[in-house]
Design a protein around this ligand. Sequence first.
Ligand code: SF4
Length: 398
Amino acid sequence: MTVKWANNVVLLGGGSPVVIQSMTNTETADVDGTVKQIMELADAGSQLVRITVNTPAAAQAVPLIRQKLDAAGYFVPLVGDFHYNGHKLLSDYPECARSLSKFRINPGNVGKGDKHEQNFKTLIDLAIKYDKPIRIGVNWGSLDQNLLAKMMEENNRQPNPENSGEILRRALVKSAIDSADEAVRLGMPKEQIAISAKVSGVRELVDIYQKLDRLCPYSLHLGLTEAGMGLKGTVSSTAALSILLSQGIGDTIRVSLTPEPGQKRSAEVDLACEIVQSLGLRNFEPKVISCPGCGRTSSLLFQELAKETQSYLKQQMPKWRGKYPGVENMTVAVMGCVVNGPGESRHANIGISLPGSGEAPVSPVYIDGKKVCSLKGEQMASDFKKLIDNYVQTKFGA
Ligand code: SF4
């Protein structure tokens, strides 16, 4: 699948690297608030950003959001999220349709009975007319109830929490694949269709995506829906997505975290990038190697330096990305004593080994395996950042 805006082309599926995406939680009609959050998500590494298009005011806001992003040099493609009235909004607001790079369609929320067929066709016709790829995104919270009832009936079951699991999963898979097949029948190229079938249970999600991977040719968008917040959301998302990605299943991912009060929306992008990077599938930012510390650690200095270095690298990435190609593959070591410090530092592109208890109060720095200097004193953190900056410019600059 090709999702593009201006000169920014994001390839999804067909052997391309896993794509990170995210979704805003601002009101789309709030143009400035939405633009600000999209920039934050894009800076964190989100290659596609989905926005809700739920009202005429939201549809009218979409071209304005696009213009402001373009003016600021943010060409991240926008995906419109449609439920219930997408056929109408996209018909009534052609500039909204043109400004989006992809439409997300939930077949469970397209209309009932005859209206379903008619509205779905309108959505597909519009995607073809404006040359936009689509995602057929089913979700167990909004699954087509007629389909579920029919499948229950065929299996002589009444839905209840005990017996509905397997049939529900099969219904989700069927709903996604049938809808995508219908889109193809209506003229949509199959390469321009991605599908997703999200649930909130880890094992269920794994089962569903293994089925989808086996049964259909479409690109797969992975995500554990309603994963929750904090540690629970982080662990559940990591477990589910890691199992699937390590089996080669999934072309794009979104982590759905309920933000904790005060937490930035981009936390979901940070986690998605970490999952993909820790599986060795692709790098988004330099890796900081730091030891856990132990009884040999002489002070908290090394933990503080590790944290500061990690934050600094993350902060620099929006401007380094593109300017210094390959910088995301760099490793930086921050270690706590002589036991593993010099060894790990030599293996990194740039590393520093702080003194453990009883060691001389100096911190040798290694660049590309060779000791180049030692740092000490209060300036150590800023001196180390300067060394990193110099290294990045020399090693990754044009
Ligand atoms: Fe402890 Fe030193 Fe190993 Fe860090 S490098 S965990 S301080 S022994």
